[in-house]
Design a protein around this ligand. Structure first.
Ligand SMILES: Cc1ncc(COP(=O)(O)O)c(C=O)c1O
Length: 441
């Protein structure tokens, strides 16, 4: 089916979304406030969500694999979270602007579960957490340069809006301060030699290397054996810090995140998404010695971590605590189950594409998966190469054909949650088979 016909089918059953999008375009740049939500030809407007499903304003139902930007590992509107938040809001209020019990409890959980975490600072988003992690690293080492892995997404902070998108040539936005680009040096993921070369380029000014231990939005690519270990060893030699951005992988790959899963402990970690139980939250964590640079007990702290008006928001803390409590109590069966379901999804997807002769590369690890449509042969362990040869039009058509069959994926994939039962996955495979059949080989 060609794109025009697929769009026609999409538009026909979404008059409510179409009207809302029209209004949105009058008052928001491009009609949206997060570029990934630019579903074509126009986004469907969500009315409600439950378990693995989304429902839009026109009454259409979708099996969702985007799961709130991967935030919902237990499904949408997980009942214990919904109940706890509702009790809090109606019984105690919701934004105190002062300290409260739950922030202590959540910090204790993080310290308990995440190997590198002795001390935590909360903020409101993963983006902020990345910004603060770099600030800590620069202050701790007294150096300024940062190596950033190409294709890594750490939010659109001024520090890290570089080398995110192909062709990975530098700044990904206008409006960044002059000279900022000199502070960020790109490195190729899964290429230890190339990464060491990037460190060399920073010379004695290398403060840190920041990496998603599994490249997330930039390709869903896990590390090659030895890569993270080699990077850490090299950084240690140079007196620089390893920062893992575990905003996606934290509490997802294992209770202790990717650092537990791959057995490599970074110096600092940034967290978000699952940590907030579906509400806005970010955190930077690491050794007391480094985090104490932000301690304001004695007056002015060395490192200013603002936190923000809504940091440690009671709703996010209560929701995060409920999710972590469930994950801890059920870890022995839950993580193996998610692992197995993720593996099944990747393997069945590969079979379907192969059977239909559509060139596709499926990547991922644990509960994460992504379907790429490369325009030629490519190394699936190299996210930058995958992105460079990606057939974007095919990816968009795949998303559209699936939406027309009641399935929502982002970047051709997403994250399996506890709510994605085997039956739900069977429905997904059927939809994929039909969608792939409609694609040109
Ligand atoms: C790996 C990673 N780091 C950082 C961020 C930014 O987090 P937030 O969107 O909470 O600012 C994201 C968001 O998608 C992410 O995937």
């Amino acid at each position: 089916m060609d794109k025009k016909k697929a769009e026609g089918l999409y538009i026909k059953v979404r008059p409510g979304s179409r009207a809302l999008y029209h209004r949105a375009c009058q008052v928001m740049a491009g009609g949206i406030s997060h570029n990934l939500r630019r579903v074509r030809p126009f986004p469907f407007y969500v009315q409600r969500a439950r378990g693995p499903y989304l429902y839009d304003v026109d009454g259409n139902k979708y099996l969702d694999f985007w799961m709130g930007h991967y935030a919902h590992i237990l499904g949408h509107a997980f009942p214990p979270v919904a109940q706890a938040v509702s009790d809090l809001v109606s019984g105690r209020g919701y934004h105190f602007g002062l300290v409260h019990r739950e922030e202590v409890e959540l910090a204790e959980r993080v310290v308990d579960l995440v190997p590198c975490a002795e001390s935590v600072r909360f903020c409101t988003s993963g983006t902020e957490a990345g910004m603060y992690a770099l600030r800590l690293a620069r202050a701790y080492t007294g150096r300024s340069k940062v190596v950033k892995v190409m294709g890594g997404w750490h939010g659109a902070s001024t520090d890290l809006t570089f080398y995110i998108y192909p062709p990975f040539s530098g700044a990904d936005s206008e409006g960044l301060p002059v000279g900022m680009e000199d502070q960020v040096i790109p490195a190729p993921f899964n290429d230890l030699e190339g990464t060491i070369e990037a460190m060399e380029r920073a010379g004695d000014q290398l403060a840190a290397l920041i990496v998603e231990p599994v490249i997330g939005a930039g390709g869903c690519v896990p590390p090659k054996e030895g890569y993270l270990e080699g990077v850490k060893e090299e950084l240690d030699k140079r007196g620089a810090l390893l920062i893992f951005d575990e905003v996606i992988t934290g509490f997802r790959l294992a209770l202790g995140g990717a650092q537990e899963y791959f057995g490599v402990t970074p110096h600092l970690v940034t967290l978000g998404k699952i940590l907030g139980g579906g509400f806005p939250l970010g955190a930077v964590a690491g050794p007391r010695e480094i985090l104490s640079l932000a301690d304001a007990t004695g007056g002015t702290p060395k490192v200013l971590i603002g936190g923000g008006t809504f940091s440690c928001h009671s709703v996010s803390m209560v929701a995060g605590l409920k999710v972590l409590e469930y994950l801890v109590d059920n870890a022995s069966w839950l993580y193996p189950l998610l692992e197995e379901r993720g593996k099944r999804v990747r393997s069945v997807l590969e079979d379907i594409f192969l059977a239909h002769g559509v060139r596709c590369q499926v990547t991922g690890v644990a509960s994460l998966f992504m379907a790429h449509f490369p325009m030629g042969e490519v190394d699936p362990q190299d996210p930058a190469a995958l992105a460079l040869v990606q057939d974007k039009e095919k990816e968009i058509l795949f998303q559209l054909l699936l939406v027309n069959r009641g399935v929502f994926v982002m970047h051709g994939g997403g994250a399996v949650s506890l709510a994605h039962t085997d039956e739900v996955l069977d429905h997904y495979f059927q939809a994929v088979s039909m969608a792939v059949e409609e694609m040109e080989p």
